[in-house]
Design a protein around this ligand. Structure first.
Ligand SMILES: [Zn+2]
Length: 262
């Protein structure tokens, strides 16, 4: 009888070390939760909380097949596209996932990393890397990719985001133009750093220079004004328009809403 109790005590202690909860230990040994606690303490002289703390495991976490496995958890963290997906896959709160990740020397992906993963999700690439990479998400204007960055909470052109991911920040007063004349393309090899002048020249050489500003140009004009601090005169010169029409665009007197997608 004495032996039997000793066995149960050491079994309870081992299960506790492995991360089982008191409920699980109790049901394995056929005793209540309180008795399981007593068995663990009798075997080790320590409380469950002390054992958990000594192991540097998050307190109160249940034995979870994903959280307790560094390889599985690492895979989930590397491939997930949102925090809610991580929470759903692990079956634990974000806080608990973070604590466990820390125990395994892992880290939760940052918002920027998740946003980037979702960005790449929306690009259709063919087998040939030289082909155009087509944006499959929302498009604006003449078919330019449009992506709402989770960090800035501002939508931006997908090809501009791609250029920044590959090359870093876009210098002041510069534009990102397409070699391939395919607005939906985000292949880094097909986009280059230009300015309003080269863009306008490119555009007119391809016969796309209408008298009316496109929605896309209007967005670019507003961006040049607010983000790059261009003067209306400079913008008017770059686009070959009167500064009056540029001021109308900036003040949203014209080009108030995006046209419907084509
Ligand atoms: Zn292309």
């Amino acid at each position: 009888m004495e032996n039997n109790t000793k066995q149960r005590e050491s079994l309870a202690y081992e299960m506790c070390l492995e991360g089982y909860t008191l409920e699980q230990i109790g049901s394995a040994l056929g005793v209540c939760r309180e008795r399981a606690r007593q068995l663990v303490r009798a075997a080790s002289g320590l409380s469950v909380t002390e054992i958990t703390r000594a192991q540097n495991r998050p307190i109160g976490s249940r034995r979870n097949p994903i959280l307790s496995n560094p390889d599985l958890l690492g895979h989930v963290l590397m491939t997930a596209h949102s925090y809610s997906a991580i929470v759903a896959t692990c079956g634990a709160s974000k806080d608990l996932v973070r604590k466990w990740a820390k125990c395994h020397g892992l880290q939760l992906p940052t918002k920027a990393e998740l946003s980037e993963r979702r960005f790449y999700d929306q690009i259709a690439m063919s087998d040939n890397p030289e082909d155009c990479w087509l944006w499959t998400g929302p498009q604006v204007g003449e078919g330019y990719g449009w992506y709402r960055n989770w960090i800035t909470r501002k939508p931006a052109y997908a090809h501009r985001i791609m250029w920044q991911l590959v090359n870093g920040p876009i210098p002041r007063g510069k534009m990102i133009c397409h070699h391939c004349d395919n607005p939906a393309c985000v292949n880094p090899k097909h986009i280059y750093l230009g300015n309003a002048g080269t863009n306008a020249r490119d555009r007119s050489s391809r016969g796309r220079n209408g008298t009316y500003l496109t929605w896309n140009e209007a967005c670019e004009i507003r961006r040049l004004r607010t983000e790059q601090g261009w003067s209306t005169t400079a913008i008017a010169e770059a686009y070959g328009k009167s500064s009056c029409s540029i001021r109308n665009v900036i003040a949203y007197r014209s080009h108030k809403k995006a046209p419907n997608k084509r």
